[in-house]
Design a protein around this ligand. Structure first.
Ligand SMILES: [Zn+2]
Ligand SMILES: [Zn+2]
Length: 379
């Protein structure tokens, strides 16, 4: 992307001290206490529970709902996620979403992407939080990119009282739990410090590692990657290559079996009306994106071969055949779904349409197999 020239920056001392001390405490005091005194099971149950609650609020709320509007949510759920987000101490939903929309728009751009992976692991992980560079208007101070969020009273309430809520919850929740269970310091260390540091760095991994480590099946236009390890650790956010290609999809792990608890929650809550208007990218578009990416990869890999022209032509032909069959298939599927719903169509017409659809499906599967066999030899 752009050049690596130095930007004028101001150190963010509050962040440096806070992130530094909390990290140090998590790697020293937390294990020391365990060795010296031992922990109760309830302490870790609350620590893990609060981590899952706050990180799900970030993934389902800050990310998929507020940054991308991938679905709509009942005010009660929005309020719960606004609390969870404040507990995670990652700034207000408005601020987070504004940064994140800029990240998608200018992904990998050294100066415009707030946490650009093009500037290396450290910068995209946490470095960007430890200094502030205002060149190129990287930050949107007035949140002009989020007029929709400014109309959400829950977002604006959380934004207005963010520091009070955030600091208050991070002290009050572990303190009250500690008093209730009668082991105050344990709870402060695990449900307070460990939970916060652990959930911070796992979220930060999506900006750093998920742009470095993993596969790129849907697009090679940016550095985002699909990574199952990160998906497991972040409630499904690790399917980051898919997400950067189709950011408005409420799913990040697109197949039903992809480990994506946020997707499962959003879907399950739609059955009882808490979430609605879930946005989905069509299978046709997804298949096309995958085929196109594979074509580009295969062409790149064959460019140096002596008979590259011939191979590339073969790849191109097979690819075009695949896309043609895919388009036909989805047109037939649409027709079939309409016929199924229609009361008017005669049953023998319906059977014809169904047979045609089944045939095209078989043809497509055959073409896909032959395409994959060819392309994977080279890609
Ligand atoms: Zn990203
Ligand atoms: Zn995103």
């Amino acid at each position: 992307m752009s050049n690596k020239s130095k930007l004028k920056s101001e150190k963010q001392w509050v962040n440096i001290i806070f992130f530094g001390l909390s990290f140090l405490a998590a790697i020293t005091l937390v294990p020391w206490y365990g060795i010296a005194y031992g922990y109760h099971f309830s302490t870790w149950a609350w620590g893990v529970g609060l981590w899952l609650f706050s990180s799900t609020s970030i993934s389902m709320g800050y990310h998929r709902l507020w940054s991308h509007r991938a679905y709509e949510a009942h005010p009660l759920l929005r309020a719960i996620m606004a609390f969870g987000g404040a507990l995670s101490l990652q700034n207000s939903a408005l601020h987070w979403s504004s940064d994140h929309r800029i990240h998608h728009k200018h992904v990998d751009h050294d100066h415009k992407d707030p946490y650009s992976a093009s500037r290396g692991f450290w910068h995209s992980h946490i470095g960007w939080l430890l200094k502030r560079e205002n060149e190129d208007k990287r930050y949107d101070e007035q949140y002009d990119r989020c007029p929709d969020l400014k109309r959400d009273p829950i977002v604006m309430f959380q934004h207005k009282y963010y520091w009070l809520l955030s600091v208050g919850l991070n002290i009050a929740v572990p303190a009250l739990l500690g008093l209730a269970y009668g082991h105050f310091w344990e709870m402060m260390l695990v449900a307070g410090v460990w939970r916060l540091v652990w959930s911070h760095h796992l979220t930060f991994f999506i900006n750093s590692l998920a742009h470095i480590w993993g596969t790129r099946p849907y697009t090679e236009e940016n550095s985002a990657r699909d990574n199952i390890v990160l998906a497991v650790l972040t409630g499904g956010e690790g399917y980051h290559n898919y997400h950067h290609k189709f950011q408005y999809d409420y799913r990040n792990g697109v197949r039903w079996w992809h480990f994506d608890p946020s997707k499962w929650w959003i879907k399950a809550l739609s059955w009882i009306g808490i979430t609605k208007n879930l946005k989905l990218v069509s299978k046709e578009k997804i298949e096309k994106a995958k085929a196109e990416t594979l074509l580009i990869k295969a062409k790149k890999k064959t460019a140096h071969l002596p008979n590259s022209e011939e191979i590339m032509q073969k790849l191109q032909d097979e690819y075009e055949e695949l896309v043609a069959k895919l388009t036909e298939l989805y047109a037939a599927q649409k027709q079939w779904l309409e016929a199924k719903k229609s009361e008017l169509a005669e049953s023998y017409d319906k059977l014809d349409i169904k047979a045609e659809y089944e045939l095209l499906k078989k043809n497509f599967e055959l073409q896909k197999a032959s395409w994959l066999q060819l392309a994977k030899q080279y890609a």
